[in-house]
Design a protein around this ligand. Sequence first.
Ligand code: SF4
Ligand code: SF4
Length: 274
Amino acid sequence: MKIAVASGKGGTGKTTVAVNLALSLGDCTLVDCDVEEPNTNVFLNIELEQVEELNLPVPKIDKEKCTLCGKCSEFCQYNALVTLPKEVLLFPELCHGCGGCYLVCEGGAISEQKRPIGVINRGAGKGIMYFQGLLNIGEPMATPLIAALKDKVEDEKSVIFDSPPGCACSFIETVRDCDHCILVTEPTPFGMYDLKLAVAVVKELKVPFSVVINKDGVGDDRVERYCEDEGIPVIMKIPYDTEIAKLYSQGIPFVLEKKGWRKKFRDLLEVIQR
Ligand code: SF4
Ligand code: SF4
């Protein structure tokens, strides 16, 4: 089963839920898809090895063969190519590597070159196979790295994807083909606002979903009332607890220290599978 742990808002406890769930299940795969800032391994401390450097194919233009016809830049939907009177300019960071410009260039002036965008790291420990992507600094294209990261995962085991925050392309790439999405939120107006956005996106993606309320007791009951009104199952509440916060600040997943929580997380899987 592929489970995405996501949230519309950063700082709600998404990684806390993903790590504690993975440790409770054991014999599973955990994937940190927050490729701009992967931090799941802070809580696992697993030694990592680089398994792949990911390259995007981008066009290389042969000035000798180019007739400046402009078909390539006309075709490119991402404005990565601009035909000027004396040359065709390429903005590699905007290129999505679709390959369309190669096809429309009748003069055969375009060939392919590779542009590195990030790396995939892997490690194993504590009963977990762990993968993370790390995007190069300043690199805007996160989704190809997330897609490559997801391709690395074997399907036989339970797989938990720790999604990037927000509801944009990276979130969608992570969640879109999952069997279930756990949306982690907090009972505050900000949590509520971003939860509604995340719910709208997962509904659009047609991925079954449920809600975990973290820091329960810190705000009010509007999130719960919203979930009740919308028929969204709230499958767990994690209390606002200074002991959990202290463990978090020390990089210790709280299922390792607080009794009864491993079972609660294992039970989540059964609830999700029903
Ligand atoms: S389509 Fe080919 S020939 Fe035309 S401007 Fe682009 S690179 Fe040059
Ligand atoms: S490969 Fe696709 S995205 Fe990149 S420059 Fe060519 S047409 Fe644009």
